[in-house]
Design a binder for this molecule. Structure first.
Ligand code: NAG
Ligand code: NAG
Length: 355
């Protein structure tokens, strides 16, 4: 970076900045949530929902005993609808779901005869772009638009998340996994009542007063529905486990998919829900400007430092392309004149002047 005399250096400055910015934005879009879905702006058939407050890992448990084969399966489900799960401290590839997972099942299998226990992570939903290319392919539908009788008296929406398989690496024999979460509108719940945090502690519900009333109402509605939603665990937590069974896949009778069914009661699933989480308005353009600014600053600082050290430059000469920068006002003036000329050009020739 010699003190600017060469015009090629001057010309390469903007193009190198542009390529830095392009690279950075490419990087942002690759690592960002673009490949998945934005929990703060879920679009279900024209309705927008903001589930930002339900983010973060949530835990559920389920014990499934198969006495006929002397096995007990103790499942722990980790769920983060907003971003991929982080590994537990000391976790390894053998004990954790692979990166990109949003819903992971930890299956603890106990042989009741020998008391031998093995732990197996099962990817249920997530976005995987290395190796097997499997996407979360999130689909949302409003209850009121399903046309199903069972959904008619509920407000909210159903989310279907894909991407998982077990065993994940076995594309022939691996069993596809998916999660179906029913977000049910309940104006009195945030959705975090009874939430088990990652350290295994229970969070108190905010509002315990009409629990019994609520339970009765639940029972009534599930009796009349007579659907698998009624199989949800008997718990007053907002997030409830409703099943983890192998079902026929939607796309073909002979295809099976193991489906984790959850129900999440929350006011954020109500249409016209209060939007009290501040939304980030930092779009692509803001990032672009920031990166451009930082790159320019870094370039000027580094260039000045170089000129100072190498050539003992002082004052204007410190800046890389100092004379070019000094010329900027004149270049701009020149540009403005050219633009003005070309705008006024046809008019002065009497071509297409406005009447
Ligand atoms: C299942 O696992 C959880 C967490 O590891 C544990 O707290 C619970 O006692 C286990 N239940 C059974 C029946 O083994
Ligand atoms: C427990 O089971 C694993 C895998 O099934 C097996 O490799 C191991 O030898 C068993 N351990 C005991 C103590 O039976």
């Amino acid at each position: 970076m010699a003190p600017s005399t060469s015009s090629t250096a001057w010309r390469s400055l903007p193009s190198s900045l542009v390529s830095i910015a392009t690279l950075s934005s490419l990087f942002l879009s690759l690592t960002g949530p673009a490949a998945a879905f934005d929990c703060k702006d879920i679009q279900a058939q024209g309705q927008h929902f903001n589930l930002g407050t339900l983010g973060g890992p949530h835990k559920l448990h389920w014990v499934d005993e198969h006495l006929e084969v002397e096995r007990r399966y103790n499942y722990t489900f980790d769920i983060d609808i907003c971003q991929k799960l982080a590994w537990h401290k000391g976790g390894t590839k053998e004990t954790e779901c692979r990166h990109g997972t949003r819903i992971c099942a930890y299956q603890e299998e106990t042989n009741l005869l020998t008391d031998n226990t093995t732990l197996q992570p099962i990817e249920i939903a997530g976005t995987y772009t290395t190796g097997a290319h499997r996407l979360i392919d999130a689909r949302f539908e409003l209850f009121r638009k399903t046309g199903s009788h069972a959904d008619a008296d509920r407000e909210g929406f159903r989310a279907e998340l894909h991407g998982g398989r077990f065993p994940f690496d076995d594309s022939r024999k691996g069993l596809d996994q998916q999660a179906i979460i029913e977000f049910v509108c309940d104006a009195e719940r945030t959705g975090l009542e009874g939430n088990e945090k990652d350290d295994g502690e229970k969070q108190d519900g905010d509002d315990e007063k009409d629990d019994d009333e609520k339970k009765d109402k639940d029972k009534d509605s599930s009796a009349s529905l007579g659907r698998r939603e009624s199989k949800c665990e008997d718990s007053d937590a907002s997030l409830r486990f409703c099943g983890y069974d192998t079902e026929d896949a939607a796309e073909g009778k002979d295809k099976k998919v193991r489906t984790l069914r959850l129900e999440w009661r929350t006011k954020y699933a109500c249409e016209n829900a209060p939007d009290d989480t501040p939304r980030s308005h930092w779009g692509f353009f803001t990032w672009f400007i920031i990166i451009l600014f930082l790159a320019t600053a870094a370039y000027l600082i580094f260039g000045s430092w170089l000129n100072y050290n190498r050539y003992g430059a002082r004052g204007w000469d410190l800046l890389p392309h100092g004379d070019a920068i000094r010329d900027i006002p004149y270049v701009l003036k020149d540009c403005a004149r050219k633009v003005k000329d070309s705008v006024q050009g046809p008019g002065s020739r009497g071509g297409y002047s406005a009447v």
